[in-house]
Design a protein around this ligand. Structure first.
Ligand code: 3AL
Ligand code: ZN
Ligand code: ZN
Length: 448
């Protein structure tokens, strides 16, 4: 009789295509066997009874800022990866900022890799940066395995990560196209946002609404149209991160329709929170692009349901509470949402339960599409030969998110106080149960 490391029995196995009941056998970190319609033969060191539970491919969060090395007091690989594990996320792509030094050359990438090797309990991958100073480093970063390159079209808020001017965009995209890599962009117009922000502040207008109005949807659209033009001029593949509105998505869809190689991400906060939350929760709900009004949120769900969005990622960009406190000036305080632990909870509660978004689509947006888009072989679905990265979820269980449930460096989030339906019971990374019943169970990492 075959012996495995782990067998998961009778779960509802969810892929982007279907939901079927079956058994999964895991050996050496891989899914060795998936048995549908007949019980799996064999024994294992451990067996999990998943009767009544759903088994999803572990989420691939393509957009987090773990800030290590150099700014670990905001968030680190240990605490950040624990938060992910608790949320059913088994792989993350770390952004090239807000760590110091930022990931803009090989030496800096090596530093980050070493930290992740030592401290992360889920699979790490890394974005390289594109900044005006590093065109000559792109090739080496690519050769050392970065997922792609990330550029800011407006100031990043971080002094050592400059945003790109049009010259850098054009040069950089030519180079990235030659490498066969892709460019991810934070697309907001510096001209529009800076001028509106200056006008507002000169008039003493600093409410949440004023801040939101200083970064209007048209500013995203302007930057997206510009990057599309450069994509057409260079042949460089583009991925637009954190689109806050379907109006932005429509511009991208039109480009897709005429053959431009472009994809788009949105984030749970644009699907679950509105300007009203920014007014009520203050800095905890401040981000760029900012939260929008309720009608925009509903429209964005339509874009999700229609398959106009390629990826949903957290853009987890935390900071200490002192930097998230806004008393009356919303132009002050760090822009960035702390939320990576809650992505699946939001998609289940607000998507599956509230808006009938099929579980298969949630899997596609959070695992299968990211794996395909960014070339992660053997990840993103549940099938024989794939990595054993799984989230086991109880859809019947509801809970209210509390600060103390969060594994982040700073236990705050705009999602605290929300009641979620659907709870992650266990998370499995490369065959190892790293989170179970509210506890981190991963083998202790050095310094953890
Ligand atoms: N630097 C950084 O993390 N910025 C992120 N925060 C945010 O709200 N939007 C971003 O791009
Ligand atoms: Zn951004
Ligand atoms: Zn970001």
């Amino acid at each position: 009789m075959t012996t495995y490391d782990l067998i998961i029995k009778n779960g509802n196995i969810v892929t982007a295509e279907s939901i079927v009941q079956g058994d999964i056998a895991i050996q050496n970190g891989k899914i060795q066997k998936v048995s549908i319609g007949q019980p799996l033969e064999g024994s294992a060191g451990r067996e999990i009874n998943a009767e009544g539970l759903h088994i999803l491919p572990g989420l691939i969060d393509t957009h987090v800022h773990f800030n290590e090395p150099g700014r670990t007091e905001w968030e680190g690989l240990e605490t950040g990866s624990r938060g992910l594990a608790a949320g059913g996320v088994t792989t993350f792509f770390d952004m090239p900022l807000n760590s110091t030094p930022p990931t803009i050359n090989k030496a800096n990438l090596d530093l980050k890799k070493a930290c992740a090797d030592e401290k992360s309990i889920v699979n790490p991958r890394f974005w390289g940066g594109l900044v005006p100073e590093n065109i000559n480093d792109l090739k080496e970063l690519h050769e050392n395995g970065v997922i792609g390159f990330k550029a800011f079209m407006s100031p990043s808020g971080i002094a050592d990560f400059n945003h790109v001017d049009d010259e850098t965009i054009f040069k950089g995209m030519k180079e990235i196209a030659t490498l066969g890599s892709l460019l991810a962009v934070h697309a907001e117009s510096t001209v529009i946002c800076d001028q509106l922000a200056a006008e507002k502040q000169a008039q003493g207008k600093t409410t949440a609404r004023d801040f939101v109005e200083s970064r209007p949807i048209i500013s995203e659209i302007e930057a997206v149209r510009r990057i599309i033009s450069y994509a057409e001029a260079t042949g460089c593949k583009v991925h637009v991160v954190h689109a806050s509105s379907r109006k932005v998505v429509e511009v991208i869809q039109a480009a897709k329709d005429r053959g431009v190689d472009i994809t788009v991400e949105t984030c749970p906060h644009y699907l679950a929170l509105t300007v009203k939350d920014l007014e009520e929760k203050g800095g905890l709900a401040k981000c760029c692009p900012p939260l929008r009004d309720e009608d925009e949120v509903e429209d964005l769900w339509v874009a999700v349901a229609n398959g106009e969005i390629n990826v949903i990622a957290s853009d987890h960009s935390p900071a200490p509470a002192s930097m998230k406190t806004i008393t009356d000036n919303y132009f002050e305080g760090w822009g960035g949402i702390s939320g990576a632990q809650s992505t699946l909870n939001i998609l289940l509660t607000e998507g599956y339960f509230k808006r009938n978004l099929p579980l298969e689509k949630i899997v596609a947006l959070t695992a299968t599409n990211p794996a395909k888009l960014f070339g992660l072989e053997n990840k993103g679905t549940i099938a024989e030969g794939y990595d054993a990265d799984l989230a086991i979820v109880n859809l019947e269980e509801s809970f209210e998110l509390k600060n103390e449930d969060l594994f982040y460096r700073h236990q705050h989030s705009p999602y605290v106080g929300m009641t979620f339906k659907g709870k992650v019971q266990s998370t499995i990374v490369n065959g190892e149960v790293v989170f179970e019943n509210g506890e981190i169970t991963a083998k202790q990492k050095a310094n953890a």
